[in-house]
Design a protein around this ligand. Structure first.
Ligand code: SAM
Length: 249
């Protein structure tokens, strides 16, 4: 694993992410009745950040919560296939709500053999992975967006993640994710990896910090809004705190 806390988007030569074209055309599925407009997936740039983490760190095993239309799944699986690795996707409604479009997308790009679908919610599927002693170097969290479900996703994500591995959250703009970030910061087990969008100028830092002060939020609260919707953390410790440890957040 790299030991830097700044990530610059850089993919291997001649490696083009399929998600660029899929996001540009705006739909997934096929020309039949399971064709769907893309809504709520990761952006092109976020796909490039995820693929950069995987290719630069030779990540071979990853898991995500929230497969849905499969945009993040496609980017992660394509990058991990380059490392001869495997990606796992947890989703309770891939066939009911999403008509299996993520699997169709992977099949269309010959990536189905590098992917395992865990069909169920995180609180049921993640314990099964733990039970099988599966270990991961990247966990991407983009499932149900309420605080309780996000907390469960990150709790199990942490248990499944090796030290040195990456815990990445989508939707940093959501209050539930910001709250969770405050909790994670207070545990001292992760460090923030800066992406290019998470490095505001001094002027903008000042403006956002002042706004946070007025609204009685932590100083970084609005930096995140202004610069990136993806939060990249790297696990730096596996140490369990004492039984009565509590840091306010
Ligand atoms: C924002 S979408 C994910 C988008 C996807 N990552 C992409 O980039 O295309 C969130 C999805 O999480 C899934 N989901 C809902 N509840 C979940 C749960 N309890 N555990 C895991 N996934 C869940 C649903 O399929 C829902 O559509």
């Amino acid at each position: 694993m790299q030991n830097k806390n700044v990530l610059n988007i850089c993919l291997p030569d001649n490696f083009e992410l399929f998600t660029d074209k899929v996001i540009e055309r705006g739909w997934v599925g096929d020309t039949g009745k399971n064709r769907r407009e893309i809504a709520g997936g990761i952006s092109k740039m976020e796909a490039h950040i995820l693929a950069t983490i995987i290719t630069q760190n030779n990540v071979k095993k990853s898991v995500e919560t929230g497969v849905a239309n499969g945009i993040s799944t496609l980017a992660i699986t394509q990058a991990i296939a380059l490392n001869q690795g495997r990606h796992y996707g947890i989703d309770p409604v891939q066939f009911q709500e999403h008509q299996g479009v993520a699997l169709t997308l992977l099949e269309q790009h010959q990536l189905l053999e590098n992917f395992t679908l865990c069909h169920g919610p995180t609180h049921i599927e993640a314990p099964k992975l733990l039970d099988k002693n599966e270990r991961f170097e990247l966990v991407f969290i983009d499932g149900m967006h309420t605080f309780d479900y996000k907390f469960i996703d990150s709790f199990y994500g942490d248990l499944l993640l090796d030290v040195g591995g990456f815990l990445v959250f989508h939707d940093l703009l959501l209050p539930s994710v910001k709250k969770l970030f405050r909790f994670i910061k207070a545990q001292n087990k992760y460090r923030v990896i800066l992406t290019p969008e998470l490095q505001p100028s001094l002027y903008r830092k000042g403006r956002f910090t002042a706004a946070a002060f007025i609204k009685r939020k932590p100083y970084w609260y609005f930096w995140l809004n202004g610069f990136c919707n993806l939060l990249v953390l790297q696990k730096i410790s596996n140490t369990e705190p004492p039984w009565n440890f509590f840091n306010n957040f």
